[in-house]
Design a protein around this ligand. Sequence first.
Ligand code: DGL
Length: 272
Amino acid sequence: MKNIQILFLDSGTGGLPYMIHLKEIAPEIRCVYVGDTANFPYGEKTLEQIKFMAAETVERAIKRFNPQIVVVACNTISVAALKTLRARFSIPFVGTVPAIKLAAALTENKKIGLLATRYTIEDSYTTDLINQFASDCSVFKRGDAELISFIEHNLFTASYEEKLKAVKPAVDFFKKADVDTVVLACTHFLHLISEFKESFEKNVKIVDSRDGVIKQAMRLIKEISNTEKSNDSIFDVADMGVFVTSLRNKDDEYEYRNWCNLFNVPFLGLLN
Ligand code: DGL
């Protein structure tokens, strides 16, 4: 499986656990990560804006890195723009969508919490997923732009207490609704998984789509590595690296560099 290159895309740091998970399973795969920080937060944009911004960023990244697979490690971009991206670019895309099917299989009291961006909870793709897989459940939806912004900009310097405080409004919302299963349907929330686990009762199950997404990426990798195509493109980055599309100031740069250090990934600065 040598010489396979994958591009990971998110609006910021949310998709990092996805890339790291793939690297754990398949260390020989070369990965480049683009956080489209210039357009963060995607979850507060309109459908047309998301489609336009995602396509533009993917185009730049494909031109620069020529990957064989793109993993959209962002629920918002996936539910809004995956169709557009697949129609526009000829390489395969793996999308990240809310793990409603998994939650529906796990819930016992048929009450599911869905925590995502404002865009994702309102999008018809999400409604279709609920109708298809959880029509016998009550789904309590919460869009939490504030928590996502906290994760992107403050998580790195936040104390454990500040992190618990940040998840509290969402936790209280779902406790009140008496859900027994919560779907983390924005990739950013994976960074706070232990705080969520700590805050909910032990019987509340917390699910996300990371394993499913990486399994799908691995299937594609195997398919591609059996074809000639696997040798076509070579990244101009080493084994793994992270780019962002904008840095607001020195603090941003410090923060992204530290995020990357935490995951042991080189931070390679601005994508240009
Ligand atoms: N990480 C993104 C997701 O999974 C959303 C963050 C944003 O609003 O840009 O939906």
